[in-house]
Design a protein around this ligand. Structure first.
Ligand code: GTP
Ligand code: MG
Length: 323
């Protein structure tokens, strides 16, 4: 096993370039990535992870930026992961974020990483989790993950988080009705951003109406918490301290109810299954030489073989090859 101690030491010193290098290694699945994560894992578990999701253009980056400023005033170090930003890259910075995030470029207490990685090697959720692990090991106090709330990947990503913030905005067609049920149920806190626009009250009423229908015990955590609704104007900072307070309240609630560990266990349950699925699939691929899948598929399609026995045989081989 390579000696990662010098790298870990540099990482823990807060060096941004080392952090960038370690993240790239994990993100690209460069040789030694798994060994690196193994070496880093004992250093993790300190960072709080905040997931923020919402429709494209809802103001997620602006909000993350304001929260980062807020937490920096409390001297907490921040890592930001922007997953699959809808805006394209220019020289490593997201177009829309370049100017707003510029303030922080001189502050080593804020590290921003964008991942445009749909179809990434380990799967989007998995890679994001691994990147968060590296940031955690580097000693960041708080990690914010920004993701566009559209699909299952996003739901999986926010499931990594200790606290999930769902961002809505007024005037988006059917408003809340158009937001996927899956996204509604993962919210620990609702933000109605762009509250300077007409219709914020209406969105709030709609969330309340939905909340009265669905009891939080149906929420995947089942923690009986009623997600508060915070109105913000991210572009001028209105409501940011209220949002930070709501986040702190939820964390305090989790602590009081002894739910922090339980949340973590639930998160790991999901992640372990995903890791296992990846690893087994990888092994299965190793078993089958190139082109074999196509050959098997042809045989099944032509009814020369039944797929059930085939899969059983392949799975059986995995166990034997490994022992
Ligand atoms: N009026 C108003 N505009 C806002 C507010 N918050 C953000 N904006 C603007 O909305 C636009 C989109 O903001 P972003 O923060 O880039 O939104 P996003 O959700 O990160 O967008 P994507 O990452 O592209 O999905 C920008 O022009 C912001 O300046 C707000 O509270 N009120
Ligand atoms: Mg954004």
């Amino acid at each position: 096993m390579p000696d990662f101690q010098p790298l870990i030491k540099q990482l823990r010193s807060g060096d941004a370039r080392t952090l960038a290098r370690a993240i790239s290694m994990v993100e690209n699945r460069s040789p030694g990535w798994a060994e690196l994560l193994k070496a880093l894992f004992p250093q993790t578990g300190h960072a709080r992870i905040l997931g923020l999701t919402g429709a494209p253009g809802a103001g997620k980056s602006t909000l993350v930026d304001q929260l980062a400023k807020h937490y920096r005033k409390e001297n907490r170090t921040v890592g930001i992961i922007a997953v699959d930003p809808t805006s394209p890259y220019t020289g490593g910075a997201i177009l829309g974020d370049r100017i707003r995030m510029q303030d922080h470029f001189s502050d080593p207490g804020i590290y921003i990483r964008s991942m445009a990685t749909r179809g990434s090697l380990g799967g989007l959720a998995r890679t994001t989790a691994d990147v968060a692990t590296v940031m955690d090991a580097s000693g960041r106090d708080l990690i914010m993950i920004e993701t566009v709330g559209v699909g299952q990947d996003e739901v999986d990503i926010v499931r990594l988080a200790d606290v999930t913030v769902v961002i809505l905005v007024p005037g988006m067609g059917d408003d809340v009705q158009s937001i996927k049920a899956g996204i509604m149920e993962i919210a620990d806190i609702f933000v109605i951003n762009k509250s300077d626009r007409d219709g914020a009250e209406r969105v709030e009423r709609e969330i309340r109406a939905l909340q009265s229908l669905a009891i939080r015990s149906d929420h995947f955590r089942g923690d009986h918490w009623t997600p508060p609704i915070v109105k913000t104007v991210a572009s001028d900072g209105t409501g940011i301290s209220q949002l930070a307070a709501a986040i702190a309240d939820y964390e305090a609630y989790l602590q009081k109810e002894n739910l922090t560990l339980q949340h973590n266990i639930e998160n790991w349950q999901e992640r372990l299954i995903e890791m296992l699925r990846d690893a087994l699939l990888e092994k299965a691929r190793e078993q089958m030489e190139d082109g074999n899948v196509a050959r098997y598929a042809a045989e099944v399609a032509e009814h020369k073989r039944d797929p059930y026995t085939l899969v059983e045989e392949l799975v059986g081989k995995i166990g034997k090859a490994d022992s």
